[in-house]
Structures are given as C-alpha cells and as structure tokens.
Design a protein around this ligand. Structure first.
Ligand code: B12
Length: 207
C-alpha cells in the first residue's frame, strides 16, 4: 500500500479525497487495519508533530481530524470481525475537560465490532455520569480515554470511585499520554496503547 497519498490528503484536509483513497486501497485488497495504522493514524501523528512545531494550529488539527473521520467512515464496515464475538457491556467516554474523540471513537468501534455492547457517552464526561451509566446499563467495564496530560487526573478519580464501590465493575484506560505504569499507579484494571489491544484486554477482563 502506498500510504503516503492518504497521509497527504489528510494533511491538506481533503475529506472527499481521503475517503476515495481509502476506498481505492480497500478495492485493491489492502487490509483495513493496515490502512488504519499506516495511513490514517500515521497522518494524525504527523499532524501532532506539526502542531508541536507551530506549523499547524487548532483549526488545522480540527480540519485534519475531519479528514481522518471521513476515511474512518469508509473503513468502519471493514473492521467488523464476526469471528471474535464476545459478550458484555462497556461504557466508554473521554474524561471531563477533554474533547478529543477520534481515538475513543476508534476504540468504541473496535469493541463494537468484537461483539461488545458499547454505550458511548461522548466527550467531556464527568465521573458521576460514568458511574450512573455503568449502573443503568449494568456494565462490566468503564473505558476511559484522555489525550491531555492535564485530564489524565480525571481517570484517577473515576477509577478510585469504581474501586471504592467494590462491585466487580472493571476499568480500562487509554489515550496518547497514558502509559501502562500510569494505569498501574491509579489502580486501573486494564490498559492498552491502541484500539486493537483494547479488544484483547476487554475480553480478558470480562472472561
Ligand atoms: C486532532 C487533535 C485535536 C482536535 C481534536 C478533534 C477530535 N474530534 O478529537 C482539537 C483541534 C479539538 C484539539 C484540541 C486541543 N488539543 Co489536541 N490534538 C489532536 C492530535 C493532532 C491528534 C489526536 C488524535 O486524534 N490522534 C489519532 C488517534 C487515533 O489516536 P489517539 O487519540 O491517541 O487514540 C489511540 C490510542 O491512544 C488509544 N486510545 C485512545 N483512547 C483510548 C481509550 C481506551 C480505553 C483505550 C484502551 C485506548 C485508547 O487507541 C487509539 C487508537 O489506536 C493530537 C496529537 C497526537 N498525535 O496525539 C493533539 C494533542 C493531543 N492535542 C494537544 C493539545 C495541547 C490540545 C489543546 C489544549 C490545544 C489548544 N491550545 O487549545 C486542545 C484541547 C481541547 C480539549 N479541551 O480537549 C496536545 C496534548 C499535549 C498533552 N500531552 O497534554 C497534543 C498531543 C498535540 C501536541 N503535540 O502538543 N486537538
């Protein structure tokens, strides 16, 4: 797969062209996960680099995110894996103060494709909202996403509240600044650096 062309269309914020190229690669037989990793996620990494260097600003990040989303919509049906059906309900959301949702949406999509019942609470979700939803839907797992080092602390608050209830409800954390050692430190039950790994960890937490 020539990933560079898709990366380029994301970097010039072209939603239509990104979607077309993703479709073209699928038509040529490229695996959906390869397109996701080597083109769409790679493009967002470059967007992050340009933001850090002051080449891109928030509007550019947002437009690139929209282009990535257009590509993701084309990929969505191809990420379905009928062979790995699992059971269980997972509440997912981006923590309070944080509005990044691309990674969270990917994790949500992969979990759904793996056969979980996923309740997506969106972004900027408070601790109380996570807990209320877990109770309402009798969830087995609360999955938390954070993309800012400042909002990682929110994860700690949710995990602590879940642990103090001692109800068997599990927590799964992730997001670019989150590490396995941070997850350990705050007492989360599971961590994964990416969406595919989130499925594996979620299954092990429920088994
Ligand atoms: C796009 C983007 C935005 C968009 C978000 C649009 C959207 N709808 O999401 C907008 C423009 C809104 C934005 C705003 C801001 N952003 Co921003 N943003 C990014 C950018 C470029 C890409 C993020 C992304 O989508 N990556 C692609 C996805 C697929 O990757 P991911 O989110 O990491 O998810 C993967 C894994 O982490 C994991 N994962 C994610 N969630 C979960 C959850 C679970 C349970 C599990 C298991 C796994 C998991 O799986 C995913 C798939 O493999 C990053 C740079 C970067 N490379 O991360 C900066 C970045 C995150 N942003 C940053 C900053 C500073 C901001 C702002 C504060 C800027 C400002 N001055 O206003 C605001 C904050 C707004 C807020 N309150 O949240 C910094 C954060 C620095 C830090 N460590 O704190 C970064 C790192 C840029 C940088 N290099 O400085 N941003």
């Amino acid at each position: 797969m020539e990933a560079k062309t898709i990366i380029d269309t994301v970097l010039v914020f072209d939603q239509e062209k990104t979607a077309q190229l993703v479709q073209a690669h699928l038509d040529q037989g490229t695996d959906a996960l390869t397109i996701l990793d080597q083109a769409l996620i790679a493009a967002m990494d470059e967007v992050g680099r340009r933001f850090s260097k002051g080449i891109f600003f928030v509007p550019e990040m947002l437009m690139a995110a929209e282009a990535m989303r257009a590509g993701l919509e084309v990929l969505r049906p191809h990420l379905v894996r009928a062979d790995i059906k699992a059971k269980g309900t997972i509440i997912i959301g981006t923590v309070k103060g944080d509005i990044h949702d691309i990674g969270k949406n990917l994790v949500s999509m992969m979990l759904e494709c793996a056969g979980f019942n996923v309740i997506d609470l969106g972004v900027d979700v408070s601790k109380d909202k996570f807990l209320a939803a877990a109770e309402k839907y009798r969830a087995q797992i609360i999955a938390l996403s954070a993309l800012l080092s400042t909002t990682m602390a929110q994860m700690e608050a949710v995990v602590a509240a879940v642990r103090s209830r001692g109800s068997g409800l599990k927590t799964l954390v992730g997001g670019a600044p989150v590490t396995a050692s941070f997850a350990d430190e705050i007492g989360a039950d599971g961590y994964s650096p990416d969406a595919a790994g989130a499925v594996v960890v979620a299954r092990s937490l429920i088994a």
